[in-house]
Design a protein around this ligand. Structure first.
Ligand code: ADP
Length: 220
């Protein structure tokens, strides 16, 4: 993991250094300065996203923060995530829908929101033009669940178990183009384990992906 992190951190930094040296050395053409500065900003954003994800993951690794579990309504978290991602989805021509009913769990609000956010963000990033993303909540045999489904590019069977590994990406350039860190689904997996839930992925290349997370029944 350390070797991977070092590599992932070094790549944007090398690029930042390169552009900064050209500008500082006075060898950039005047019309190139603004686009080079833009590239430095993009790479810096990538670094920030990566550092935030690494911090989330290490907190979960350490057994979570010392934040106590509290009653959390998953449908309310879906509303919050929709508000956060609505304009991104609209910008890509993707419809973001919410369905279903109440799903009350006991858990860490922030971690659960991050989990739904990461799944929804992926469902938008790996979608197709005019596609859709649906967030569904409810109960299944008394167990609360949240499900994120998309009409996107799908994940081939040989990649389906591996996408939860740290830094594993099916298509590195697609992930990078959408600002991905390669850590989103491993954060989701850890968050689910932390809440004693189950995660189920079903996907068909070219058709879309459904990820459903089911939590223990309230009485347990
Ligand atoms: P990333 O930051 O690259 O999105 P993730 O850990 O969130 O990292 O996901 C790992 C990989 O799984 C992605 O790079 C992508 O190839 C694949 N993936 C994740 N979600 C989806 C989805 N909804 N549809 C298709 N592919 C997906």
């Amino acid at each position: 993991f350390t070797a991977n992190v070092s590599h992932e951190l070094k790549t944007p930094l090398t690029s930042i250094m390169g552009y900064a040296e050209i500008i500082a050395g006075g060898i950039a053409k005047p019309e190139d300065v603004a686009p080079f500065a833009g590239k430095i900003r993009t790479e810096a954003q990538r670094l920030l996203a990566l550092i935030e994800d690494i911090i989330h993951l290490s907190r979960l690794d350490e057994g979570g923060e010392t934040v106590a579990f509290e009653p959390v309504e998953l449908s309310a978290l879906c509303d919050t995530v929709r508000d956060r991602l609505q304009s991104k989805a609209a910008g890509k021509g993707i419809a973001l829908r919410i369905e279903g009913g109440p799903a009350a769990v006991s858990g860490q609000r922030r971690t659960l929101e991050q989990m739904i956010f990461n799944l929804t963000d992926n469902a938008i990033n790996y979608n197709k033009p005019q596609g859709s993303v649906t967030l569904t909540t409810g109960t299944e045999s008394g167990r609360p669940f949240v499900q994120v489904s998309d009409t996107g590019i799908g994940i081939a069977p040989e990649h389906q178990s591996r996408v939860f590994e740290r830094f594993y990406r099916v298509d590195k350039s697609h992930s990078k183009a959408s600002g991905g860190t390669g850590l989103g689904l491993s954060i989701v997996k850890h968050a689910v384990q932390y809440h004693h839930g189950d995660i189920r992925l079903t996907s068909k290349p070219g058709e879309g992906t459904v990820i459903r997370i089911t939590f223990p029944a309230a009485a347990q």
